[in-house]
Design a protein around this ligand. Structure first.
Ligand code: GLU
Length: 476
């Protein structure tokens, strides 16, 4: 993006606290943040809470928490629009005085009737200008409308879309202040962007239809408009705009599923932006490399598998100690402890690191450390715990029982080698029934490792439990 050398870049993220922060909003916030940090500029957080019915403090808190979790920090704010109503009203007054806006006393019922009539006659259903030409003051509640030009055009050069032009005659005299005295989004956004010295507005494509209206407000107030960059929306695999129908969309939902903040940031950054074929970016690299002009012009497709892949990358990068700390809520959820100072537990975390794609999967994989299986994988039982399998189980059990409780991985391995030698069985035939006994599952970290982690005594106990279970359930 080009800008004057002496100009300090000022950007903002302006969420409405009417819901949780979604992937799309997080991406808008991230791109603004990266753009500001890259340019040594400033990033402002503005809460657009003028819709008193739908705005809630808990969403403000949640949005702030999610941004902090992602590592997106701001230099000013949060600024609340609800604290600035006097400022907006002052500008509404000014426009009224200058004759650039007018009071409209048309009732919602009247407007609706006119709209229907226009549609029925095949006309454009915009406001017909009744109150624009009113000579005498009206009565009752009023809205304030901007007097938009009847001729000419309004245009801007979008960083991503290029030249965008509208004919003014297509833009009705729209409402800038509702009858309850609260100004509309288009108005508050312009006043704030102008007074806060915002140089670049980077926001979702869904706002592009608002931009000509906002430009007319800039024009009426003789403010200089910022540079606009409208970023293409995010779609699901079916190309429809990403929504709850596609599964999780809230940042908090991904956190609860066990995605790491680093993976989310990396994934969201790549969602619509790239740098060659590089996939993995740290926040520092993103700050160094990101430029909004490089954002893709076409919609980005959300792909959960790719996010899972990135998450597994970041899980593998972490030190087991840090990972153990992050696992806490996921162990809590299962009613399990999370002893991040326990060397055996850390050993287990290290073993699970290359396998788990989320923290939740990791916690699931770690559960056996704390309790003997309550269920055994059914197919595994039938496949590996037949007559031969039980024979192997008994042999390994008896060999293990002779080891000291602090037996090393090597000694454990020797047990399996010995049984392989005497029976001629392949390793998998021995390992699978033991794995089932210890974890209830047919997939887990290496069998020697898990015996070492659990301890030989516990392993023997669990093999006995499985043999008992097989006997009671008459599995053949
Ligand atoms: N409050 C608007 C939203 O959440 C902000 C749009 C803008 O960035 O101008 O969509």
């Amino acid at each position: 993006m080009t800008h004057h050398k002496e100009e300090i870049i000022r950007v903002r993220f302006a969420p409405s606290p009417t819901g949780h922060l979604h992937i799309g909003g997080a991406r808008t916030a991230l791109y603004n943040f990266l753009y500001a940090r890259h340019a040594g500029g400033q990033f402002i957080l503005r809460i657009e809470d003028t819709d008193v019915e739908r705005s809630e403090q808990r969403f403000v808190d949640a949005i702030i928490h999610d941004l902090q979790w992602l590592g997106i920090s701001w230099d000013e704010g949060p600024v609340f629009q609800s604290d600035r109503l006097d400022i907006y009203r002052e500008y509404v007054e000014k426009l009224l005085e200058q004759g650039r806006a007018y009071r409209c006393y048309c009732t919602p019922e009247e407007l609706e009737r006119k709209r229907k009539k226009a549609v029925a006659e095949g006309k454009r259903p915009g406001y017909d200008g009744t109150c624009r030409n009113r000579k005498l003051p009206g009565e009752g509640p009023f809205t304030v409308r901007l007097k938009t030009p009847d001729t000419g055009s309004v245009s801007f050069t979008d960083v991503l879309r290029g030249e965008v032009v509208w004919q003014c005659q297509e833009i009705e005299d729209f409402i800038i202040m509702r009858s309850n005295g609260i100004p509309t989004y288009n108005f508050t956004a312009v006043i704030d962007d102008a007074l806060m010295g915002i140089t670049h507005v980077i926001r979702g494509d869904d706002h592009i239809a608002n931009t000509p209206r906002q430009l007319l407000i800039y024009r009426a107030l003789q403010f200089e408009p910022p540079v606009f960059a409208h970023i293409p929306l995010i779609v699901g695999p079916d190309r429809a705009p990403l929504s709850k129908r596609h599964g999780a969309v809230a940042v908090s939902a991904f956190r609860e599923m066990g995605f790491l903040a680093e993976a989310m940031v990396n994934y969201i950054a790549r969602l619509g932006w790239g740098y060659g074929d590089q996939e993995i970016f740290s926040m520092e690299e993103l700050i160094e490399l990101f430029d909004v002009k490089d954002v893709n012009r076409s919609p980005a497709t959300f792909d959960i598998e790719k996010l899972r892949w990135m998450n597994s990358h970041y899980i593998q990068q972490k030190r087991p100690g840090e990972l153990a700390g992050l696992l806490k809520p996921f162990m809590d959820k299962r009613g399990l402890p999370c002893p991040s100072g326990d060397s055996k537990f850390l050993m287990l975390v290290r073993e699970l690191q290359p396998r788990a794609k989320t923290l939740d999967e990791m916690a699931e994989g770690a559960a056996f450390f704390f309790r003997a299986p309550e269920f055994y994988d059914d197919r595994g039982l039938r496949k590996f715990c037949g007559k031969e399998g039980r024979q192997y189980l008994r042999m390994i059990r008896n060999e293990l029982a002779q080891l000291s409780s602090s037996a090393s991985r090597d000694e454990i391995q020797k047990v399996f080698e010995k049984v392989m030698e005497t029976t001629g069985a392949k390793m998998i035939k021995l390992a699978q029934p033991v794995r089932l006994a210890l974890t209830g599952k047919t997939v887990s970290p290496g069998i020697f490792e898990i015996i070492e982690i659990l301890g030989v005594e516990e392993a023997v106990k669990r093999i006995d439990l499985l043999l008992q279970y097989i006997k009671e359930n008459e599995i053949s």
